[in-house]
Design a protein around this ligand. Structure first.
Ligand SMILES: [Zn+2]
Length: 84
């Protein structure tokens, strides 16, 4: 059970916001905030306004979501081709 990272918010987080501060963090260093539907834009904009690299991902919750199942088919390289 994850809750929103926004101060004072106790809602269940539905998104994860990955970001870093290039001035103090190396490329491999990554910070993650969790955000509910209401605050995901607020938090992302907060980071973007500081010119931080920001990436927002949907958080896999235990909620049964039937209409939202998308798999990135071309995200993995096809290694079954053994020619040459
Ligand atoms: Zn929130």
């Amino acid at each position: 059970m994850h809750t929103c990272s926004r101060a004072g918010c106790t809602q269940t987080a539905a998104h994860s916001i990955e970001w870093r501060n290039p001035r103090i963090h190396g490329p491999e260093r990554k910070k993650v905030w969790l955000a509910c539907d209401e605050h995901v834009e607020y938090l992302a904009e907060f980071l973007r306004s500081r010119s931080f690299p920001v990436a927002v991902f949907p958080l896999d919750a235990e909620t049964s979501d039937t209409s939202h199942s998308t798999a990135p088919a071309d995200a993995t390289p096809d290694t079954t081709n053994g020619s040459k």
